[in-house]
Design a protein around this ligand. Structure first.
Ligand code: ADE
Ligand code: ZN
Length: 337
C-alpha cells in the first residue's frame, strides 16, 4: 500500500463518536454570536482567543470552554454552531456522527432546555437531508454538579426522547467518580437510553471499571488509563468494549507529553476496540482528519490501521444495522479503489 497522505485521510469515510458540540465553537463564530447577543467576551481579538488555548490540564480547558458557551442563547445559535460542525464533517467525509451536548451548561444560565435541543436537532435533521450525514444525539450530565441536578436534566429530556438517543457523563473527572451517578444512569437505562461515560481520561483505571460495572455503559469515552491495568485490558478485549479516544485532545490536555507517546495504536494492535475522535476540535487543534493525520505523522499510522479504526467506529456506533451496512460498504469501496 502506498503512503498515507492528507488527502487520503480527508477522503477516508469516517465516523465520529466523541464530540462535544460546544467544543466546536470556533473563535470566529464566538465573536459573531457575542456581537449578535450583546455578550461580553474577555478577549479583544481572534488571535487573543487562540493564544489563550494553552491548557495544563482538563480543568484549565473546562474553565475557558464553559466561558465560551455563554454566547449561546437562542435556538438559532445552537443551530448555527451545529451546522458549522456538520459542514466541516461534509468537507472531511465524516458520514455518521454522535455528538454530545451539555444541557446544564445552558439551563443554569436560564436558556430553556428545548431551545438547546431544538437548535441542535434541527441542524442534525437538515444534515441528513442535505449532506447525507446520519447522527445520534447524546445528552451529557456534568459530573461536577450533583446527581439531583442530573436527575432534573433527565426529566427535562423526557419529551425529547425521539431526538435524544443516549446519555453520557463529562466535565471534571477527578473526585467525581461514576458511583456518584448510579441512580440517574439506572433511570436513564429504564427510559431506554444508550449509556456512555467519560472515564480514564485524567481519572484512574478504577473509574473505567465502575463505569462498566456500576453504570453499565456501552462505550467508554477516552479510557486511555486502561493500559495501566492488565485485567481491565483483558476485559476490554474479550468484550470488545469500545473506547472513544481523542488523540489531539489528550496531548493538548497533557494526558500524554506528546503524540509520539500516545498508546492508541498499541491498544489497537492488542485487539482493543479503539476509535479516533476529535472531542473539542475548536480548542484542540483539529477535527477528524487532523486527528488521523497526527497519528500518521507521529506514530506511523498505516492504511490497515486507519481502516481498522474506522471499522471499530462503525461497530461501536449506535446507528441502526442497515446504516452500519451502508457505512461498511462506503468504507470498503473507498479502500478497494
Ligand atoms: N467536556 C468537554 N470536553 C471534555 C473532556 N475532554 N473531558 C471531560 N469533559 C469534557
Ligand atoms: Zn469528551
Amino acid at each position: 500500500m502506498s503512503e498515507i497522505s492528507y488527502n487520503w485521510l480527508k477522503e477516508l469515510p469516517k465516523i465520529e463518536l466523541h464530540l462535544h458540540i460546544e467544543g466546536t465553537l470556533e473563535p470566529e463564530l464566538l465573536f459573531k454570536l457575542a456581537k449578535r447577543n450583546s455578550a461580553q467576551l474577555p478577549f479583544n481579538s481572534i488571535d487573543e482567543v487562540k493564544k489563550a488555548y494553552q491548557f495544563s490540564n482538563l480543568q484549565d480547558f473546562l474553565d475557558i470552554y464553559y466561558q465560551g458557551a455563554e454566547v449561546l442563547l437562542l435556538k438559532q445559535d445552537f443551530y448555527d454552531l451545529t451546522w458549522a460542525y456538520l459542514l466541516m464533517c461534509k468537507e472531511q467525509n465524516v458520514i455518521h456522527v454522535e455528538p454530545f451536548f451539555d444541557p446544564q451548561t445552558h439551563t443554569s444560565r436560564g436558556v430553556p432546555f428545548e431551545t438547546v435541543v431544538n437548535g441542535i436537532s434541527e441542524a442534525l435533521v437538515d444534515a441528513k437531508e442535505k449532506l447525507g450525514i446520519t447522527s445520534r444525539l447524546i445528552m451529557c450530565f456534568l459530573r461536577h454538579l450533583s446527581e439531583e441536578s442530573a436527575i432534573e436534566t433527565l426529566k427535562s429530556s423526557k419529551q425529547f426522547s425521539d431526538v435524544i438517543y443516549g446519555v453520557g457523563l463529562d466535565s471534571a473527572e477527578m473526585g467525581n467518580p461514576p458511583e456518584k451517578f448510579v441512580n440517574v444512569f439506572n433511570q436513564a437505562k429504564d427510559m431506554g437510553y444508550k449509556l456512555v461515560a467519560h472515564a480514564g481520561e485524567e481519572g484512574p483505571a478504577s473509574y473505567i471499571w465502575s463505569s462498566l460495572d456500576v453504570l453499565n455503559v456501552q462505550r467508554i469515552d477516552h479510557g486511555i488509563r486502561a493500559i495501566d491495568d492488565p485485567d481491565l485490558m483483558l476485559r476490554l478485549i474479550e468484550t470488545q468494549m469500545p473506547l472513544t479516544i481523542c488523540p489531539l485532545s489528550n496531548v493538548k490536555l497533557r494526558v500524554f507529553d506528546n503524540m509520539a507517546s500516545h498508546t492508541i495504536l498499541d491498544m489497537l494492535d492488542l485487539g482493543v476496540c479503539v476509535t479516533v475522535n476529535s472531542d473539542d476540535p475548536s480548542y484542540f487543534g483539529g477535527y477528524m482528519t487532523e486527528n488521523f493525520l497526527a497519528l500518521y505523522d507521529s506514530l506511523g499510522l498505516t492504511k490497515d490501521q486507519a481502516t481498522r479504526l474506522v471499522k471499530n467506529s462503525i461497530d461501536a456506533s449506535f446507528a441502526k444495522e442497515s446504516r452500519k451496512k451502508e457505512l461498511y460498504n462506503l468504507l470498503q469501496t473507498y479502500i478497494s479503489d
